[in-house]
Design a binder for this molecule. Structure first.
Ligand code: UDX
Length: 482
């Protein structure tokens, strides 16, 4: 790609989303300037380092800098002078009453306008409340510029954000200004053509173009559905425990239905992260502001709240009281392959256990400190965390935990309770290591002594003359001359 062949791109805000967007677009051959006002982060990025953990991002950033396609600055005027398309990737944290705080987005839009407008298109990339695009358009008009705003919601998952950006399954662009939408379409043309995919068999992304409000709504609907799917399987897990069913088998079989699909059907201690909780709350709040009560979305939030208490309930039941007990936590990040602890179920659990008087020691492959949580001790390894523990809780499903020597873990512990909040282990394997196993919606037949925790409900006794086999079975049965 010849530099300058495409619109110049500016990316305002270089957090989890902005840095991926800046390095990702530079990787497609376009000149990109990242705007960062935090001088430490700016220095870090300019030196070719990413100030957080995201697989592949470090290499992508270094390549963009080395090829001269990517630069970082805190000088808005300089950046705007070279940019036609400006992606706003600044945070929209949860504000009062559940409505996201859009002050940073509004301030960024004003800064773009004040820096000297040269026909820029403003693109909202971070999740913004529905209606923000219209608000930014009015800010542009306040400064005497034609409104040119495009909503381009991100669907990046932490831990796979680079792949999600370069190989999305869809790109959504929403605008009330066709010229602006076409400019952003040009920026995405390499990705839409599939140029970023080394695997020719990989289908190029679908393109969805719509209006501003619809594009903003698509983002919320996507996250709300994903969170609801997880709360659904967690609710089924709770029912499985009462019925003596195994939720992992239920999820596998349900997920085989092509209308449902296998993803996001892993039962556990609930969803976390900087998006689901914030976005669901924002959607429910927005609906309420328009006099609509959203019972399904409220239930998604409620089920998740309950799910996070599950390990505490199990520990209280098995240990009778956690006060004074030593509990080892394996996993602190909100999911594997990230160091992000925002709204992490694991961190919430560690804090609640400490508040109940437990002595909590935690190990996480990436999270090495918990600012402000002095009551939680950080261990250098999983066995160190388990030393003298009455119980071990698996809170984040880091793949390395699968290779734990459970017999050694048992030896290091004082007690023998393993609460597997992410259903990582096979109950039989755990029992063979001499551990008492608690998990989520599974193997109700195995408890601390390997015998039935709860007898499944008595089924009517089938006798030859009171069960009429299905006709086909009967024919075959008879045919066998049995
Ligand atoms: C999510 C959306 O997936 C992404 O499209 C959006 O852009 C941002 O929010 P992310 O927050 O990075 O991405 O994490 P995700 O992989 O979706 O997991 C969210 C939470 O759900 C994690 O706590 C994870 O442990 C949990 N989860 C996920 C489950 O409990 N069960 C599952 O089956 C899947």
């Amino acid at each position: 790609m010849i530099l300058g062949e495409y619109p110049q791109v500016a990316v305002v805000g270089t957090g989890y989303v902005g840095t991926v967007v800046a390095a990702g677009l530079a990787a497609t051959g376009q000149p990109v300037v990242g705007l960062e006002t935090d001088r430490y982060k700016l220095a870090y990025l300019r030196s070719g380092k990413v100030p957080f953990y995201e697989p592949q991002l470090q290499d992508l950033l270094a390549t963009g800098l080395d090829l001269g396609r990517l630069s970082f600055t805190d000088d808005f005027v300089h950046a705007m002078a070279r940019s036609d398309v400006v992606f706003l990737c600044v945070g929209t944290p949860e504000g009062n009453g559940g409505h996201p705080d859009t002050r940073a987005v509004e301030a960024a839009a004003r800064a773009v306008c004040k820096a000297g407008h040269t026909g820029q298109v403003i693109v909202t990339k971070s999740t913004v409340p529905v209606g923000t695009g219209h608000l930014l358009a009015s800010i542009m008009e306040e400064h005497g510029f034609p409104p040119a705003v495009v909503s381009n919601p991100e669907f990046l998952r932490e831990g796979s954000a680079v792949d999600d950006f370069l190989h999305p399954n869809r790109i959504v662009l929403g605008s009330d200004n066709d010229v602006a939408l076409r400019k952003v379409l040009e920026v995405y043309s390499p990705i839409l053509r599939g140029d970023t995919s080394a695997d020719a068999s990989r289908r190029p992304p679908a393109l969805v173009t719509t209006d501003l409000v619809t594009a903003e709504t698509i983002k919320y609907a996507s996250n709300a559905f994903l969170a609801t799917k997880i709360s659904f399987i967690n609710e089924i897990a709770s029912i499985c425990e009462q019925l003596g069913a195994d939720v992992s088998s239920v999820a596998t079989a349900v997920g085989l239905d092509s209308r449902i699909g296998p993803d996001f059907l892993e039962a556990g201690i609930g969803w976390g992260g900087s998006c689901f909780g914030k976005d669901l709350t924002a959607l429910v709040t927005l609906a309420a502001q328009h006099f609509y009560d959203a019972p399904l979305l409220r239930a998604t939030i409620e089920v998740n709240r309950r799910q996070r208490s599950l390990p505490i309930d199990r520990l209280q039941r098995a240990l009778h009281d956690v006060n004074g007990r030593r509990v080892a936590m394996l996993g602190l990040s909100f999911k594997p392959e990230t160091d992000d602890i925002r709204d992490s179920p694991a961190v919430e659990l560690a804090a609640r256990l400490a508040d109940l008087g437990a002595h909590v020691t935690a190990y996480d492959p990436m999270v090495k400190s918990l600012p402000g949580r002095h009551s939680v001790t950080i261990a250098p390894g999983p066995y160190d965390a388990a030393d003298g523990a009455h119980a071990v809780v698996i809170a984040t499903q880091w793949p390395e935990f699968l290779s734990l020597d459970l017999a050694l873990l048992r030896e290091r512990m004082l007690g023998n309770l393993l609460v597997d909040g992410r259903n990582m282990f096979d109950p039989q394997t755990v029992a063979e290591a001499g551990l008492v196993y608690e998990s989520v919606g599974r193997s109700p037949s195995l408890n601390q002594h390997g015998n039935a925790l709860r007898q499944p409900p008595a089924m009517p006794v089938a006798t030859a003359n009171n069960i009429d086999p299905l006709p086909a079975f009967k024919l075959a049965f008879d045919g066998l001359g049995a």
